[in-house]
Design a protein around this ligand. Structure first.
Ligand code: E4P
Length: 219
């Protein structure tokens, strides 16, 4: 499973990238609004730091506007992916952008029927939002399982990006289900390698090694 970071913060992206496990970035208008920089120049900076796909969202609600914005965003860098909401106009835009060889990430996906239709329209990626479903007492990971099943039934190549991840269990469940990608906030990425028994184990090894050296009186 690929790991994307869900942020528009350059420092977080650089840090996660330095771990050697980062495959891409997803941004959205909310994430970009938290940064001080002008959004297009922020996206340019992000694309220079990361080799993999960087999702940038359009704000138009009509297909023509989405396509126009997508063409503009695509000029930012060769690794830009156009994020489009799962609406009827989003379908039309995705189909047109596919014919123009512009990659798309159909976002705000909350149902298997949306996921199937965006795949038929030629979406490169679909982003089911698990955390926001959990927030309304609906099992978000069930949606990911349904999409995986449907895509496998028909050999669909649209890649599933599990989005709106809130904690490490979402990440692990995504991998169990066979999602293609998980896009994870930096705070959650930091938790993925943490284990108290690892820390306790390291401390014990260090102490025992020190005792050994002290006993033998070596450096
Ligand atoms: C995904 O691409 C979105 O940017 C993101 O995962 C939304 O997460 P949220 O529900 O925490 O805002």
């Amino acid at each position: 499973m690929k790991l994307f970071i869900d942020t528009a913060n350059l420092e977080e992206i650089k840090k996660a990238n330095s771990y050697g496990i980062l495959d891409g970035v997803t941004t959205n208008p909310t994430l970009l609004s938290r940064e001080k920089n002008e959004p297009i120049s922020q996206l340019e900076k992000i694309c220079k730091v990361v080799d993999g796909p960087v999702s940038a969202e359009v704000l138009s609600l009509d297909a023509n506007g989405m396509i126009r914005e997508a063409k503009e965003r695509a000029k930012i860098a060769s690794n830009i992916v156009i994020k489009i909401p799962c609406t009827v106009d989003g379908l039309k835009a995705a189909k047109k952008l596919k014919s123009l060889n512009i990659e798309t990430n159909l976002t705000l996906c909350f149902s298997p029927s949306q996921a199937l239709l965006v795949a038929k329209a030629g979406a490169t990626y679909v982003s089911p939002f698990v955390g926001r479903l959990d927030d309304i007492s609906t099992e978000g990971m069930d949606l990911v399982g349904d999409i995986r099943l449907i895509y496998d039934n028909y050999g669909i190549s649209t890649q599933i990006i599990v989005a709106s991840i809130r904690h490490p269990l979402h990440f692990v469940e995504s991998a169990r289900i066979g999602a293609d990608i998980a896009t994870v906030p930096f705070a959650v990425i930091e938790k993925l390698m943490k284990h108290p028994l690892t820390d306790i184990g390291i401390e014990r090894f260090m102490n025992d090694w020190k005792k050994l050296k002290d006993n033998l009186q070596i450096k």
